[in-house]
Every structure is written in structure tokens, then in C-alpha cells.
Design a protein around this ligand. Structure first.
Ligand code: SF4
Length: 198
């Protein structure tokens, strides 16, 4: 069983990895980096409970290349997510893990196993003093990327551009994923639009 905040199907390689992916934001983070844009995902248990089967069914609803585990902190729910990752691997799907932990910090067997089974791991605390919006996958320059054996072994990281996904619902509420430039922030301010991180 896992508890997650939300999910969506995304095709944005810069932010979430290659191909169409189920993007799963887990609920709860024990790390709590200063300046984290996902602080609304810090509290545990405030999301939706789901079984391994339910998440795998979600993945099967679309023709996806894999799953991207985001947070919140996925490794705080390593047991359930490891089961999901193992099942998806049997179906030739890939797994990308975003975590605030480094490998050395992992004390639990399930956490280390989830790290190792993931095709790409983006690791390390968000450090707002090292913020850089032009990095692929990462929000600050101290964070590291590990491409493991398998489909993405020779994956080339493409820094130097930035992506912000802004979505407007029918009520006029705007949500944001990724990183906006100062120019875009100024434009939104001028238009009196407040974008909420989702
Ligand atoms: S580990 Fe990720 S979700 Fe948790 S506080 Fe740091 S940046 Fe935010």
C-alpha cells in the first residue's frame, strides 16, 4: 500500500524522463528541504491510499514507457513502491526515481532495492542557495543523476534549458510544474495570475 498526492500521464523528457510516463507524486516527506516547492506534499497520510495492483492498473491504462516517482519522498514509502517497480519491470517498463536522499543515507533494505531497480535516480536535497532552473531533472546544482544498467545506461543529460508547464482550469485556476523564468514570473504578475505548484 502506498499513499499518493496525485498522478498524471506526462510526456516531458526534461522534467520527468523519456517517453510517456505515469507521474506519481507520493504524499509525505521526512526530509523537508528549505525552499521546497512541494511543501504541500510533506505531511504523511493526507493523500490517496492505493494498492500495488491499483497503481499497476493505472499504468496499464495508457501505453507508457514507464513510471516516474516524485514527491514528497518516494523512499519514505519504499516497501510499496518497490513492489510496484518490480511488477512494472516484468512488463518492460522503466522506473525513474526522484529522491532527496543519497544512497549512503539509506538504512533500509527496501530503500536500497528501490534505488537499485530504478533506471535513473535523481538524488540529493534541494539546496536553494544552489538553485538553477536550467538543469534537467534537478532544481539545484548539488543534486546528482545516476543512470543505471539497462535502457538508459547511456542517457545524456541535457542541461541548459528550462520548462514550466502551466495549466489553466475552467474556473481560471492555474497550476505550475517545472520552473518558470523571471520573465514569466513578471508576466504572470502583470496578468494578475497566481500559479500554484501542483
Ligand atoms: S526531498 Fe524533495 S519533496 Fe522533500 S523537501 Fe526536499 S525537495 Fe521537497
Amino acid at each position: 500500500m502506498i499513499n499518493y498526492a496525485n498522478h498524471s500521464f506526462e510526456e516531458n523528457e526534461h522534467l520527468y524522463g523519456p517517453g510517456k510516463r505515469l507521474l506519481l507524486f507520493t504524499q509525505g516527506c521526512s526530509i523537508r528541504c528549505k525552499g521546497c516547492v512541494n511543501s504541500h506534499l510533506w505531511n504523511f497520510g493526507e493523500g490517496t491510499d492505493a494498492t500495488t495492483t491499483e497503481i499497476v492498473r493505472l499504468c496499464e491504462a495508457e501505453d507508457i514507457e514507464g513510471i516516474t516517482l516524485h514527491g514528497g519522498e518516494p523512499l519514505d514509502q519504499a516497501e510499496g513502491l518497490l513492489e510496484i517497480a518490480k511488477l512494472l519491470k516484468t512488463k518492460s517498463k522503466t522506473v525513474i526515481l526522484f529522491t532527496g536522499y543519497t544512497y549512503k543515507e539509506l538504512s533500509l533494505k527496501n530503500q536500497r532495492a528501490l534505488w537499485r531497480i530504478s533506471d535513473i535516480v535523481v538524488s540529493g536535497r534541494y539546496d536553494e542557495s544552489k538553485r538553477n532552473i536550467y538543469l534537467q531533472f534537478r532544481g539545484s546544482t548539488n543534486q546528482k543523476i545516476y543512470c543505471h544498467e539497462g535502457k538508459y545506461k547511456d542517457y545524456k543529460i541535457n542541461d541548459g534549458e528550462t520548462v514550466a508547464i502551466l495549466r489553466l482550469d475552467q474556473k481560471g485556476n492555474m497550476t505550475r510544474r517545472g520552473f518558470e523564468t523571471d520573465e514569466l514570473t513578471a508576466l504572470l504578475r502583470e496578468l494578475k495570475i497566481t500559479a500554484i505548484d501542483s
